[in-house]
Design a protein around this ligand. Structure first.
Ligand code: FCB
Length: 431
């Protein structure tokens, strides 16, 4: 096929994403740090990318790569190390971070919660405790007071359902629960906390020339049955889709949380609480039923025997590459009538040429979705640089920029350079 040039819309935001615990280093007061110290995972985040101190150099790099936006998260446990005691130094730090982005013409996208909680929240039962809604609201209020004028794009909660699933159903992340009732409670609290934060950000900006844009970052996978024609797998996959995707999205758009197994609830304050739709996309998920009660309704099959899967194209994480699903999921959720912002998409391919292929194929799918009528505001690749990948530690490398953890040196990968061309021109050449 001859090379084609795809043009993205005028003003499209191009950049990359990170999260506090994964890059900052020394986040000693949150539940993940404690989890690492307790040996619940093999690796410790330690100094990570030392980004808490090196953010200016890192933003210099992002700007030199043509980025026009950057997504990051603020660390709750730094800002509120004890209940109700706020650390002005930490707030001043994040103010400096946002100023540094603006000075480099990088539009900040600020996430308030990206998987980690202060220790005091964890000790009080984490998100199973209904008080967490007020705690999160108080934290948001303080952050918005300190940083509100400096950011327009906000993400309240990163991947709420991934958090529920991994931390309260699979028990792989803190607090390590495997309980359906806990997962249901936590989901409701996340919906309420998101809604509270949405209104706080808006109220604080009342009368502003440019109203803030607030969303969640929703992991939006396509669910499929592990064995295509096996009725139980088909039911489990439909149910997963309902619980994980449809149920949550209905709650934050219509204010109605109605999922199987939970008495339908009205959560009126959550109605209409997405200004744009933040989407994280990585792969398809194949669902089967597991033996543990927490898996009866369905659990992911991590093997590579599924139809359409290219085994040679699985990443370090064992994730398949299937860009068509990106197109499918976007066009399917176009029905919400919201502009999309791709808040994460990326790969841990060991071979950097394959990372570039992944990016090209996903941008092409994104472009097709735009042609099919999806409005898309921007794309932030996960991640700007290699970082601490939760339970997998430092082995998977998602970065456009390689990090040498011994010396903290950064080296731009070829994929980062090629992506820079797209960022600078708004055009992608597909060969
Ligand atoms: C997403 C997370 C992000 C990172 C990527 C690989 O689920 O939001 O922190 O771990 O996966």
């Amino acid at each position: 096929m001859p090379a084609r040039e795809l043009r993205f819309p005028e003003g499209f935001l191009w950049g990359a994403a990170t999260s506090a615990h994964q890059v900052e280093g020394d986040n000693t007061r949150n539940d993940w740090w404690a989890w690492e110290q307790a040996g619940r995972v093999k690796h410790r985040s330690g100094l990570a990318c030392d980004h808490y101190r090196r953010f200016k150099e890192d933003f210099d790099l992002a700007a030199s790569l043509g980025h026009t936006t950057h997504r990051l998260s603020v660390e709750w446990s730094r800002i509120e190390p004890e209940p109700g005691r706020f650390d002005d130094g930490a707030l001043a730090h994040y103010a400096e971070v946002l100023d540094a982005l603006r000075a480099r013409r990088l539009e900040p996208i600020v996430t308030l919660h990206h998987f980690t909680n202060p220790l005091w929240v964890a000790q009080a039962g984490s998100w199973t405790n209904p008080k967490v809604v007020d705690w999160f609201a108080r934290f948001t209020e303080r952050v918005v007071r300190a940083l509100g004028g400096k950011a327009r794009y906000w993400v309240t909660i990163n991947e709420p359902m991934v958090y529920v699933n991994t931390a309260y159903l699979e028990g792989r992340w803190p607090p390590g629960l495997r309980s359906v009732p806990a997962a249901q409670r936590v989901t409701e609290h996340l919906i309420r906390a998101h809604a509270a934060a949405y209104h706080i950000v808006h109220d604080a900006a009342a009368g502003a020339a440019q109203p803030p844009q607030v969303s969640i970052a929703k992991y939006l996978p396509v669910f499929l049955p592990c064995r295509r024609w096996w009725p139980l797998h088909r039911v489990a996959s439909a149910l997963s889709d309902r619980l994980f995707n449809g149920g949550f999205l209905e709650a934050v758009t219509e204010g109605r949380w109605a999922v199987p197994g939970v008495w339908p609830k009205r959560i009126p304050e959550a109605r209409g609480t997405l200004d744009y739709f933040g989407v994280n996309f990585y792969r398809r998920h194949f669902i089967r039923n597991g033996w543990h009660p927490a898996q009866w309704l369905g659990s992911g099959c991590e093997q590579t025997h599924h139809w359409g899967s290219r085994r040679d194209l699985t990443s370090w994480m064992g994730w398949e590459v299937y860009p068509q699903a990106f197109y499918q999921t976007l066009t399917r959720w176009q029905r919400l009538g919201l502009p999309f912002l791709i808040t994460e998409n990326g790969t841990s391919m060991v071979d950097d040429a394959r990372r570039w292929r992944f990016i090209v194929d996903h941008l092409e799918a994104l472009h097709r979705a735009i042609e099919a009528g999806c409005r898309v505001l921007g794309y932030t690749y996960w991640s700007l640089m290699d970082n601490f990948e939760w339970a997998h530690g430092f082995a998977p490398r998602f970065g456009l920029v390689e990090v040498d953890y011994k010396t903290q040196q950064r080296r731009v990968r070829e994929s980062g350079r090629r992506y820079a061309e797209v960022c600078r021109t708004g055009r992608l050449v597909v060969e």
